[in-house]
Design a protein around this ligand. Structure first.
Ligand code: FPP
Length: 254
């Protein structure tokens, strides 16, 4: 057995597309809102399990740029659930060292939602156990376009030349600056796509699709996903032989 085979891949950052709330509700003859309410409970349980599993970063797709096109009452329900979630989880976030972060085009959020988010972000800033990032009003292409604009402004201001732009500069201009790239992406509900989520950051993530609606996704399903991840052999574009080298292994673990 090679050293690499001995080395279990470390999971620093888990990303989740929480899909299937609407179908879960429909199958039970309930309004879609009931699916979203149950979805919030699943999110709370998932955060708990991430703490248990010592996962340092959890990023969830809570509201996409495209979700603004949903019926207005559903958009309002989701925003209301978000504000309730922040208020209900405040004490736990502070006690358990959970730091809240948000990515996306926040300009489109209402003043009330922005204020709740800003307060939670400020209050939890010192949290160092788990960084919970909510992708809100988020689209991967939109994030990349906004990053390109930021860099273009720096070029216009004469801070850097176009020829000097590199991947590291680009990463620093993304909303996710400061977060490691996700190691594992989970999508629930049986759909097999990434739907404009973290397009840049998922470049080398392992993908896990599960045929369970988000409200039914519990600790057992999460542990199964983590077990699947542990069986993966990550190569980051290199050969398996190269991945046996000590330096590559330590990069992988960092
Ligand atoms: C996808 O299900 C889920 C969403 C669009 C929203 C995700 C939101 C939550 C889990 C709860 C809200 C979270 C917070 C933090 C407030 P869908 O409605 O697209 O389901 P469908 O594909 O079955 O219709």
């Amino acid at each position: 057995m090679t050293k690499f085979e001995n080395q279990l891949p470390v999971l620093h950052h888990l990303a989740i597309i929480m899909d299937g709330n609407g179908r879960w509700a429909k199958e039970r003859g309930l309004p879609r809102v009931a699916g979203h309410q149950q979805g919030v409970k699943t999110l709370v349980e998932t955060v708990e399990e991430c703490l248990e599993q010592r996962i340092g970063f959890l990023t969830v797709f809570a509201f996409s740029s495209e979700n603004w096109g949903r019926p207005q009452p559903e958009v309002e329900t989701l925003m209301g659930l978000l504000v309730e979630f922040l208020a209900a989880q405040r004490t736990k976030m502070l006690e358990r060292g959970i730091r809240l972060k948000v990515i996306g085009d926040l300009e489109r959020l209402s003043a009330q939602v922005k204020q709740s988010l800003q307060q939670a972000i400020r209050e939890t800033d010192a949290g160092d156990t788990l960084t919970l990032t909510l992708a809100l009003s988020y689209g991967g292409r939109d994030e990349i376009v906004r990053a390109a604009r930021r860099i273009a402004c720096r070029v216009t201001a004469g801070e850097i030349t176009a020829a000097e732009i590199n991947a590291s500069d680009f990463e620093k201009s993304l909303d996710t600056y400061g977060l490691p790239d996700p190691d594992l992406l989970i999508r629930t509900s049986g759909e097999l796509r990434i739907s404009n989520f973290l397009l840049w950051q998922l470049a080398y993530a392992e993908l896990y699709f599960v045929d369970v609606y988000w409200p039914d996704f519990g600790p057992i399903e999460l542990r199964a996903a983590l077990e699947s991840y542990r069986q993966r052999r990550r190569r980051f574009g290199l050969t398996a032989e190269q991945m046996t080298q000590e330096d590559v292994l330590s990069n992988n673990a960092s």
